[in-house]
Design a protein around this ligand. Structure first.
Ligand code: KG4
Ligand code: ZN
Length: 337
């Protein structure tokens, strides 16, 4: 069995995965959303202190599995430095005291492997990763061979949902709130610009759209003067623009890439409106759409454990003194290789 730890942002999570059959034997996650909600985003120092309380409590529940552990895995990049350190310190301690190997897992690769929890991997695969920190399309040939084909040049999809919600004083995280409001909104009321619509470039950009949303909110007198229906209409029109942007760029990529299997992962992949648009697109292009169960879209240790099973089989171990948070901008930006 492998014990895996995730603490890259505001979720403290530990999982136990069986190496022989990928079975998820234990999984627990404590989210800190409520604690950060009043700030409209994650406060790193607060998140770190909460991990220091929650991770040991979850670990306590894993005691029955301790004697059967063959390795310990931990997210080591990308993420918030101070929160990553909490998980890394715990993983190093377990590796040293139990004398078992340590596996360092890239958080985004973990998101990709959320597709294969309790399943065999399907490769090669094209993956759209839409999370709070990243927006990328990745060609996944194997565990080690992953290539970023498109990336956001500014904000990520999840972040744009969070900021739209914040501008309307709706709380955090914004994704589920905006998706819910949009169900009651008129998506054609605001004609928000589709980012990079006329650019040949296959890339993503969300900051211009965010600015257009801000101007619309201001024109309605600001969040405090908006009616509920106004907020629903802004949410729906914004979500529609995000969808059209993602689909337009994905179409361009689909025309170039022959891989038949396509997946959406990351926190924002829980969005049903976006999933439905991709279901249609994949049918049109003869591709098969894969998604993770909703509970494994946002950050969790089960996906880290599933990746770790593959890494364990390839003996991709690191020494405890070798693993640390990464400091350069390039390393933190989520480069896969
Ligand atoms: O993958 P994740 O848990 O953390 C990162 O690795 O960043 O993603 C969190 C992000 C947040 O920005 C959240 O607002 C967004 O995923 N999200 C959604 C939905 N559920 C979560 N965005 C759009 N629609 C949703 N239903
Ligand atoms: Zn994530």
């Amino acid at each position: 069995m492998i014990l895996s730890i995730e603490s890259s942002c505001d979720d403290s999570s530990i999982a136990i995965t069986s190496i022989a059959d990928n079975k998820l034997l234990f999984h627990k996650k404590i989210s800190q959303e409520k604690e950060h909600a009043c700030y409209g985003g994650v406060v790193p120092e607060l998140a770190s202190r909460l991990h220091a309380i929650d991770l040991p409590n979850i670990l306590e529940e894993c005691k029955p599995y301790f004697d059967k552990l063959k390795a310990v895995a931990v997210t080591n990049q990308p993420g918030l430095g101070v929160t990553l350190l909490e998980g890394i310190a715990m993983a190093k301690t377990i590796a040293v005291t139990k004398d078992i190997p340590l596996l360092a897992v890239h958080h985004l690769k973990g998101h990709i492997y959320s597709l294969f929890i309790e399943k065999e991997a399907i490769l090669p695969l094209l993956v759209l990763l839409i999370s709070g920190g990243h927006t990328q399309i990745i060609r996944v040939k194997s565990l080690e061979k992953m290539t970023i084909l498109a990336t956001s040049i500014d904000d990520s999809v999840g972040e744009s949902f969070d900021k739209t919600a914040k501008m309307m004083n709706l709380g955090y995280p914004g994704g589920p709130i905006i998706e819910k409001l949009a169900l009651e909104g008129d998506e054609n009321r605001f004609d928000f610009p589709i980012p990079l619509r006329n650019a040949k470039l296959i890339a993503f950009s969300l900051s211009g759209l965010k600015n257009a949303v801000r101007l619309a909110i201001e024109s309605l007198g600001g969040a405090e003067n908006m009616q509920k229906q106004d907020k629903c209409d802004v949410a729906a029109s914004f979500q529609k623009a995000v969808k059209l942007h993602l689909i337009q760029k994905s179409k361009k990529l689909f025309a170039q890439e022959k891989i038949k299997d396509f997946a959406i992962v990351g926190g924002a992949s829980a969005n049903i409106y976006i999933r439905e648009a991709y279901e249609k697109l994949c049918n049109e292009y003869g591709k098969k759409l894969h998604t993770a169960p909703l509970e494994f879209c946002s950050d969790n240790a089960a996906m880290i454990g599933r990746y770790a099973v593959e890494a364990y089989k390839k003996e991709l171990f690191v020494e405890p003194y070798e693993i640390d948070i990464l400091r350069t901008k390039k390393q933190q930006s989520g480069m896969l290789l």
